[in-house]
Write a protein that binds this ligand. Structure first.
Ligand code: FE2
Ligand code: FE2
Length: 192
C-alpha cells in the first residue's frame, strides 16, 4: 500500500475512533440521566402522601431502556474504540442532569430532556456528515448512529409534547447551560 494511502487510512480510523468515543460517553451519560431521575422520583415519593400517578415515571423507564440499548450498540456492535478516560465524570454529570431538574418539577425535567436530545440529534447529524466525507466511510458506524438519532429525535419531541407550560427564563438559561456543557463534554471526550 502506498505511503499516502496508509496515512489517509490511519487518519480516517482516528477520526472514527474519536466520534465513537464521544458518542459512547454521551450514551453513558444518557443512561445516568435517567438513573438520576429515578433517584429523584424515589426522593420525591418519600414526601408525597398517597400514590399519585405520574407522567414522568413511565417516560423515565421507557427512555432508560432505549438509552441502555444505545449503549449496548456501542459496546457490542461497533468497531473497537478507546473509551473515554473521563467516563466517571460523564456518569456524574448525567446523574446530576437527571436528578436536579426532576426534583424541581416535571416541566424542568421534560425541558432538560428536550434540550439534551436537541443537542444529541444535531451532534449525530454532524458526526454522520463528517464520516460520509471520509475516503472510506464506515457505513456500519454511520447506520448505527442514524438508528440512535431516530430514537433521540423521538425522545426530544416526546419530552416537548409533555410540557404543560412554556419554559421560564431560568429554565431557558439552564437549557443553554446544558447545551454548552454538552458541547464541552463532546470536545473533551474526543481527546481524553
Ligand atoms: Fe441515546
Ligand atoms: Fe435519548
Amino acid at each position: 500500500m502506498p505511503f499516502y494511502s496508509k496515512v489517509l487510512e490511519t487518519s480516517c480510523a482516528k477520526h472514527v475512533d474519536k466520534e465513537l468515543r464521544a458518542s459512547h460517553a454521551g450514551e453513558t451519560g444518557a443512561v445516568w440521566i435517567y438513573r438520576g431521575a429515578l433517584c429523584a422520583e424515589f426522593l420525591l415519593s418519600l414526601f408525597i402522601i398517597g400514590n399519585r400517578p405520574s407522567k414522568t415515571k413511565p417516560f423515565i423507564h421507557e427512555h432508560l431502556r432505549t438509552e441502555k440499548s444505545h449503549l449496548a450498540i456501542f459496546e457490542h456492535e461497533m468497531p473497537l474504540f478507546r473509551g473515554s478516560f473521563l467516563l466517571p465524570a460523564w456518569i456524574a454529570a448525567g446523574f446530576v442532569t437527571g436528578l436536579l431538574p426532576r426534583l424541581l418539577g416535571h416541566n424542568w425535567f421534560f425541558y432538560t430532556i428536550y434540550c439534551v436530545e436537541q443537542f444529541v440529534d444535531k451532534h449525530y447529524e454532524k458526526q454522520c456528515s463528517s464520516m460520509i466525507m471520509l475516503s472510506e466511510p464506515p457505513s456500519n458506524v454511520i447506520n448505527r448512529f442514524k438508528e440512535c438519532q431516530i430514537d433521540e429525535r423521538h425522545h426530544r419531541d416526546e419530552a416537548l409534547s409533555l410540557m404543560t407550560e412554556q419554559p421560564t427564563l431560568l429554565m431557558t438559561l439552564w437549557g443553554k447551560l446544558v447545551g454548552s456543557g454538552s458541547s464541552l463534554a463532546v470536545a473533551m471526550a474526543k481527546l481524553i
